[in-house]
Write a protein that binds this ligand. Structure first.
Ligand SMILES: [Zn+2]
Length: 271
């Protein structure tokens, strides 16, 4: 409850979507009013990669051409990216970084992590994702690893939005979540193609206190620790760090310092 007033500080671009809610009982915004084109998301006056003006986008394959059976048959856990479909239709959005496809499969966005259900800005993250892709045809790109341990597809997701007047542009959804401060980078060894770009977007959103970066969490330990190569940062007493010799540890004086460097909060000690 203490955090509620922060929700009043949602950036104007989100407010434009009707996402700002300053009360605990605001109803969720309607799912798909024919409101401003989603393209306004990328039109926010934020420095950073501009959306690519689309040359004609290849016509999406009708999703119906990929039955769940086919998808399963052609996409075993070790499937190379080349054998997987490049277009899907999103049946529904689960949260800020995962969706269910009309094939019945779940797809997890690569390289980002959005707030867990119940955490600050989890609703906003899900809502932005919903506005961008729910019910839409999306183009996907894969990285070296195409499925996670839950057998979800891992992908970079692009959606073509209508700017009006016949013009369209493509929004890189993974990047858009970071740009709006509704996701943090989630580095992984085998899904690193856009890691540099993603970290840069996060580093731009942090000082602007967009979304999750505007939530002040009290500093309740003297410092945080990690290792040079490890992707997480931890509380000093985290069980995962007890075996790590002092010489191999890196100290961070704040969460910001750790996250600016691309470290992600440990899911066990929850720094
Ligand atoms: Zn930890």
């Amino acid at each position: 409850m203490r955090l509620l007033p922060l929700r009043c500080l949602i950036p104007p671009v989100l407010a434009a979507f009707g996402l700002a809610s300053c009360g605990p009982s605001s109803p969720p915004p309607p799912v798909s009013p024919p409101a401003a084109p989603v393209g306004t998301v990328s039109a926010a006056p934020v420095p950073g990669p501009a959306p690519v003006k689309a040359a004609p986008v290849p016509a999406p394959k009708p999703a119906a051409s990929v039955s769940p059976a086919e998808a399963t048959a052609t996409a075993p856990p070790s499937a190379a990216a080349g054998s997987l479909p490049t277009h899907y239709t999103v049946r529904f959005v689960k949260d800020g970084d995962s969706v269910t496809l009309t094939t019945g499969e779940d797809l997890r966005y690569i390289g980002i992590d959005t707030p867990e259900f119940g955490s600050p800005f989890s609703d906003e993250a899900r809502e932005l994702n919903r506005r961008l892709v729910e019910g839409k045809s999306v183009r996907v790109e894969y990285d070296e690893e195409t499925r996670d341990k839950h057998n979800r597809l891992l992908a970079y997701v692009y959606v073509t939005v209508d700017d009006g007047g016949g013009a369209t542009h493509e929004v890189f959804v993974n990047a858009e979540m970071l740009r709006q401060g509704l996701a943090r980078v989630y580095p992984h060894e085998k899904t690193r193609r856009h890691a540099g770009e993603f970290l840069k977007l996060q580093q731009e959103a942090m000082p602007e206190k967009k979304g999750i970066w505007g939530v002040d969490k009290p500093m309740d330990v003297a410092f945080f620790i990690g290792t040079r190569k490890g992707k997480a940062y931890h509380r000093p007493d985290c069980k995962f760090m007890q075996e790590v010799p002092e010489s191999a540890r890196t100290r961070f004086s704040s969460r910001e310092e750790a996250e600016r460097g691309g470290k992600t909060p440990c899911r066990s000690c929850n720094p």
